[in-house]
Design a binder for this molecule. Structure first.
Ligand code: SF4
Ligand code: SF4
Length: 221
């Protein structure tokens, strides 16, 4: 299970500022358990979005968004509503947001941050990975994680070392930032790359202090 927290509405509003019509997509798996994708939370965000003058083209909660095959099947039934939206706001962990981006031709934005509880969290059927960084950046990268797809975990574009689309560090893998550029180009969102991202807050990748397994040595004994 991956643990999520809902982003502040100010953050969500900033992410979707260029969009007119939003489809709300929630995960009935882990995110439902964390109360970040339950009907009440989604309805609350829906009401706030409507207050800003934007429209909601539809909403859906899918069991386990981390299965792309299941997601494709479920979304197919809502194709008309999806065609009517300019973007999808996703209430799930980072894996679910990445899966939504991979199976849709719409911009995807995370409504949550996936945070670390420490330890081993689970397995997913696809190649998407989430490092539970605590500040989900998928809204500015077309739904491709810059932390797990880039060997240097860069936030402001490619390092310049990629060759023929391959990473200079992990040469067997595609360069994550080439993938991000191609995805943003495909969905017409290259302007997102113009905003400079501030350095990460690495305190957010630490599990909550109460949950850390720290051994205390009494040095006076
Ligand atoms: S940016 Fe990547 S590592 Fe961070 S929460 Fe999103 S998917 Fe997970
Ligand atoms: S080549 Fe691409 S994936 Fe590899 S470190 Fe540089 S930007 Fe990141």
């Amino acid at each position: 299970m991956l643990y999520t927290e809902t982003k502040s509405f100010e953050e969500i509003e900033k992410l979707i500022k260029q969009e007119e019509s939003i489809f709300l997509l929630g995960c009935g798996g882990c995110a439902e358990v964390c109360k970040t994708a339950d009907e009440e939370t989604i309805a609350e965000i829906e009401a706030k979005i409507k207050e800003t003058g934007k429209s909601i083209s539809g909403k859906l909660i899918v069991d386990f968004m981390c299965s792309k095959h299941l997601l494709i099947k479920r979304l197919a039934r809502y194709q008309e509503l999806l065609d009517g939206c300019s973007a999808i706001l996703v209430f799930s962990c980072g894996i679910g947001v990445q899966c939504a981006g991979a199976v849709s031709d719409r911009a995807v934005y995370p409504a949550t941050n996936t945070i670390s509880l420490g330890g081993f969290q689970g397995l997913w059927p696809g190649e998407e990975r989430c490092a539970q960084c605590g500040t989900c950046y998928l809204g500015i990268t077309g739904g491709i994680c810059p932390i797990t797809f880039c060997a240097k975990e860069l936030l402001n574009g490619a390092c310049g070392g990629a060759k023929d689309g391959k990473c200079e560090i992990k040469t067997e893998r595609e360069c994550g930032w080439v993938l991000i550029y191609e995805r943003l180009k495909k969905i017409g969102k290259l302007e997102l790359l113009k905003e400079i991202q501030q350095p990460r807050d690495f305190r957010k990748i630490e599990p909550d202090a109460k949950l850390r397994k720290t051994i205390h040595f009494d040095i006076d004994r």
